[in-house]
Design a protein around this ligand. Structure first.
Ligand SMILES: Nc1nc2c(c(=O)[nH]1)N[C@H]1C(S)=C(S)[C@@H](COP(=O)(O)O)O[C@H]1N2
Ligand SMILES: [Mo]
Length: 213
């Protein structure tokens, strides 16, 4: 499927769900597997039909917006920051989930401390090398399992899975985690990302099936 057809199909699906009155469940499931999800043993690849090839020598992550100390990090500078490892589950809105993904990289909170967001920063806007964008409320980014991951299962994050570096936010549907991350901006008001403007939920909680807005 071409990129445009894929995007159109996924957007139509969200619109159809809305017409059918499919909306988030009133009560939050406490099961490990969120409602409506199926466990997968493999690791499907979801993208916009572009997997940008970024050599680590050319890779740069800018962290800015409403912050005291904007940063522009090279691959070496990024790796000089404290590195953490975390094992988490992965939930895609297209109904597959994958358990026990072992990611390592830099904790979001480390970048937060580095750039010192201003007191009125409320949201985070992620921009990727493939043009993808997504937005997340700042408080959702401050849990210790939110990472900018450069390794998966002990090896560099593969290009198709968003290498050199991708964002992982385990408690939200995986479209909130930008692959091929290029820039992180702190915002003083919300701004919808790629799928959020196309009918997908802004809050994206898997345990209430909060798939479409
Ligand atoms: N840059 C970028 N990030 C992205 C996407 C994308 O198309 N481009 N797709 C999102 C979606 S819809 C999902 S489910 C996950 C998929 O990650 P995976 O391909 O490693 O399974 O990445 C998310 N992050
Ligand atoms: Mo997805």
């Amino acid at each position: 499927m071409s990129k445009a057809r894929y995007i159109e199909a996924k957007q139509k699906w969200a619109e159809k769900q809305k017409e059918r009155g499919v909306s988030a469940r009133p009560t939050r499931s406490t099961d490990r597997l969120p409602p409506g999800q199926k466990l997968t043993a493999g690791f499907p690849v979801l993208d916009l039909g572009i997997q940008p090839l970024i050599a680590t020598a050319d890779w740069e992550l800018t962290v800015g917006g409403a912050v005291e100390k904007p940063a522009r990090l090279s691959w070496a500078q990024f790796h000089a920051l404290p590195q953490v490892e975390d094992v988490s589950d992965f939930h895609c809105v297209t109904t597959w989930s994958k358990y026990d993904c072992r990611w390592s990289g830099v904790a979001f909170t480390t970048l937060y401390e580095l750039v010192q967001p201003k007191a009125d920063a409320t949201h985070v806007y992620f921009t990727s090398y493939d043009g993808y964008t997504t937005n997340v409320a700042l408080d959702q980014c401050l849990d210790d399992d939110v990472l900018i991951a450069t390794s998966f299962e002990g090896a560099p994050v593969a290009r198709e899975h968003g290498g050199p570096a991708r964002v992982i936010i385990p408690k939200l549907y995986a479209w909130k985690g930008a692959k091929f991350i290029k820039a992180i901006a702190f915002l003083t008001e919300d701004k919808l990302g790629f799928w959020e403007v196309r009918g997908y939920s802004n809050t994206a909680d898997p345990w209430t099936e909060d798939r479409y807005a």
